[in-house]
Design a protein around this ligand. Structure first.
Ligand code: ZN
Length: 258
């Protein structure tokens, strides 16, 4: 079986987005881009304060430990790169991208199969992870490439109808006006917009949808427990009206062909 290498922007994204898939592909490696530990004396970010941490170093150290537990629960190995997330960085975007490309070079160089976030939600750290991952992939031996929908951002406005329909029709699904009601259309447009700007040719991407129900959902929520201080702070679904479980109803990814 091919060993998967999943690039996770933060300490939680891979299990949130692909926990169920990872459990079915034991032996994967989850590489977290922004897993660095800031200086203890740095100004505490609002997010870390809301999560109850006294200082940035304590927050990052605890998160790395929590991530190791969560990633092992889905049968994968964690690798934490030492770059700081956007709350603690001072470098400009170009420097950040160059730093991440350098850090990812060795990882991608030995990957048998590379998984990158689409950056749905356009979080700056997710965008950097996608850009740097693609840049390094292009200059490497080009292992099989897959893009994955970032949860919980992917379900912030609900699910596109094609996801609920089990992954049909094929891309470019967002443009089939007669199939989609406006709300679903908007969501699908958001997904297609992210894919269209991902830097990967959309016509060569084949979608896969994995429903996460029953015991799969229970297992996924169990795997996510170590992140509970973060998942308790997030909001889910349209207008923040969903539970965490509702926002995890599907995992979706696109495999690059040819
Ligand atoms: Zn993230």
């Amino acid at each position: 079986m091919v060993a998967l290498t999943v690039i996770s922007p933060h300490l939680d994204d891979a299990v949130l987005s692909l926990g169920c898939m990872l459990r079915g592909s034991p032996g994967a490696t989850v590489v977290t881009c922004f897993g660095g530990v800031p200086d203890k004396a740095a100004r505490l970010a609002d997010w870390d304060r809301r999560c109850g941490y006294p200082d940035p170093a304590t927050a990052a150290t605890a998160r790395r430990a929590n991530d190791a537990v969560s990633v092992s629960r889905v049968g994968a190995q964690p690798v934490h790169l030492d770059l700081l997330d956007c709350d603690y960085r001072v470098a400009d975007d170009r420097t950040r991208l160059a730093d991440l490309e350098r850090a990812l070079a060795a990882v991608v160089g030995s990957a048998e199969s590379l998984w990158l976030p689409v950056a749905l939600g356009r979080h700056p750290d997710h965008v950097l992870a996608l850009k740097a991952g693609l840049a390094v992939w292009r200059s490497s031996h080009r292992p099989p490439l897959t893009l994955y929908a970032d949860l919980p951002y992917a379900s912030t406005f609900g699910w596109p109808r094609w996801v609920i329909n089990g992954g049909r029709p094929r891309l470019p699904l967002a443009w089939s006006r007669h199939v989609l009601r406006w709300r679903r259309h908007e969501v699908a447009m958001q997904w297609s917009g992210a894919l269209a700007t991902s830097g990967v040719p959309v016509h060569r991407l084949t979608p896969t949808v994995r429903p996460v129900i029953g015991s799969d959902l229970v297992d996924k929520l169990t795997a996510l427990e170590p992140y509970s201080e973060q998942t308790a702070q997030l909001t889910y679904g349209p207008g923040g009206t969903w539970t965490l479980a509702q926002s995890l109803e599907y995992e979706a990814w696109w495999t690059l062909s040819g």
